[in-house]
Every structure is written in structure tokens, then in C-alpha cells.
Design a protein around this ligand. Sequence first.
Ligand code: COA
Length: 375
Amino acid sequence: MTEQGGTIKAPRGLAGVSVSDTRISKSSPDGGLVYRGYPIGELAAKATFEETAYLVLNGKLPTRAEFRDFAASLAALSKVDAGVFDIMRSLGPGAHPIDVMRTGVSALGSLDPERSRPGRERSIESKMAVLAANSRRVPAGEQPRLPADGEGFADTLLSMLTQREATQFERWVFERVLIFYMEHDMNASTFTVRVVASTLADPYAAASAGLASLKGPLHGGANEAAMDMLLQVRDPGDAKKFVDSAVREGKKLMGFGHRVYKRFDPRARLCKQYLREMVQRRGGDDGIYRVCDAVEMEMWERKRIPPNLDYYAAPIFYLLGIEIPLYTPIFAASRVFGWMAHYNEQTEENKLIRPDSTYVGPTGLTYKPIDERGP
Ligand code: COA
């Protein structure tokens, strides 16, 4: 960082700049990731989605009673008003699901007279999964799918997303992927949420801003783009040609690279193991795993850039039979728990986030009336 006339000039993209203290999570260049002090591998091996969400939100693992109350409150608040589905339906089949979800969250906020009441975040957290699962079907004119009673968060979401019957192992894997998507310190959408929170806007406003930020292919949209790319490669034998030509043309491969992880993304490593096991347990065609592995090897060989979570989450969702445009909505349905933890942390210790900028445009121009500016 350099100092200019009393203003600190940050590097482009705020790379390497800490903009806030946080107790929620931390990723590190050596491939470390902790949520509230717990290594991600520990949580992936042992915790449920609800336990992890409670931890991220409250800073401690729940007792049995706290767990029961938390899971019950998520289920109880998940009912989405028919008026919100009507608004989503009005967007029509061409709308991108993540835009539909953003509109849905905005509508939820507008229709909630208690939108600014403390604790309202739980209402958003519980309804986001329902919006995600219906973000494609409702605008296409189909009936909304609603959560089944008595299932956990991950199972409920999966059965709303696809009618395909998943095995116990596949459901376990899906829950792990949701745990990985839940939180990731100062990523672009979380920073966006904190900026909105710092203005003391309500949590619905913050979540809809988070969704807008998540949409782009450099962030949440990467899982959909990665799957499209893997389907283009099709055959592991074509990986070298594909990577060579992308690198030659200066194209970015979606699902590779990360601002923090330069050697490996711990979530991608675990997802790669899960994907391999999913494929093995199914028997038969392991082509999708071999394509992923071949592209990863070529990319490391050529650019020394490792795959990120989106790269290995995408083929897992694909094997589960989930439609590609729903991948980013799934990310959002989980990340909202992290967003709301950051919303609370920001508002509890608030300082308006309002940086400065360095003006590099012209100065001292003189106004000319419109008639004197030429045709
Ligand atoms: N494919 C090809 N090259 C890549 C790349 C990718 N996915 N990601 C980074 N690079 C290259 C850049 O071209 C750049 O090369 P250069 O120095 O020769 O110009 C260098 O690596 C640094 O990349 P940069 O984009 O400046 O780094 P960053 O820290 O700002 O980028 C990402 C992080 C995530 C934005 C970037 O890796 C990316 O765009 N990845 C693809 C999208 C994606 O998967 N996003 C999900 C992230 S979890």
C-alpha cells in the first residue's frame, strides 16, 4: 500500500488488504481454512450442515437442545408466500435463476413488515433454499416444490432440486459441498453484504446485494461455467489440446485459480475425493472424473494454477442430476448463512464502509452552453 496526500492507496482489487477483523472464518495461502477455529476437514468429516451453520452464526457448536431448536426454526420459517412465487413467475422462463432468486429475496423483504427487526436473518436463511430450488421451475410456469417435513436442510434442498433418488453416500456428499459453500471470509459477495450492512440497511437488502455479486463467473457463477467447460472437453484425451488452446488464446478456465489459495483449495481436494468415490460406487462410466483429473493436470503443468471448489462441486451436482443453471443458486442457499453471520458481525461493531478513490480524470474544465458544443 502506498500513501498519497494522507490517503492510503490500496492495490488493485484490494488484493492482500485486510478490510476488517472477523471471528467467523479464515482461508490461508497454504490451503488452510477454518470456520470459527475449526479446520474445514474436521467439520467435513464429522459435522452436519445445521451444526456448521449454527457454528458459523453463533461462534460455537450447538448443544442438543440448541441444535433441535435451530433445525426446527429453519423448517418453521421456510414457508414462502404465494405472492413471492407470483413475482418470480412473472419473470418468465428466460430469466436466469440467480436473478430470479435475487428478485425473490427482494420481494420477501418488501412483503415483510418486520424486515428490520433483530433476528430477521433466520427468515431469509430458511427461505433461500426454497427460492433456489424454485428459481428455474416457477418462472417456467411449473408448480413450486416445497420442503418435505422431517428432513434435514441438505436432504430437503436436494429433494426439491431433483426428483432423482440419491443414495445415502450421495446425500452425504451433497451436504459436504453445502458446508464448503457456506462461508469463506472476505470473498466478493460477503464484502458486498458487509458494505450494505454498514449502511444499516435490512438483511434482505444485504442478501439481495450478495446475490448480485455472486452471479458473476469470477465468483459464484464459476460452478456453472466450469460444468459447461467440462462437458465441452468430454474426453480425457482432449484435455491437453483444450488447455493448450485456452492458454494460447489468453482465456481463463473457469473453476481454476483463487485470490488466496495459490497451491491448492482444501475444499476442491476433498470434493475430488468425494467425486472419485461417487463414480466408483456407481461402477461403469468414470469419464467425468477422468476428464476433471486430466484438465487439472494439464492446467497445473501449463500454468501452476490449481482447481477451486467450483471445479469439483460442479461434476458432483451433475452426477446428482441437478440442472446446471441451479448450481449458483445452490451456492447462494448455503452462503446466505455466512452472509448473515457477517451481516451481524458488521452491524454489531459498525463503521460505515466508505473508502476513498484516487481521481485521475481531467480538472479545471470550463462549461460551454449546449449550442456551442457542435452538432
Ligand atoms: N485460467 C487461466 N489463467 C488464470 C486463471 C484461470 N482460471 N486464474 C488466474 N489466471 C492467471 C491470470 O490470467 C493472471 O495471469 P497473468 O499474471 O499472466 O496476467 C494470473 O493468473 C493472476 O490472475 P488474476 O485473475 O489477476 O488473479 P486474482 O487473484 O485476481 O484472481 C480469480 C482470482 C478467482 C478471479 C481468477 O483465478 C479467476 O478468474 N478464476 C476463474 C473464475 C473462477 O473459477 N472463480 C471462482 C473463484 S473461487
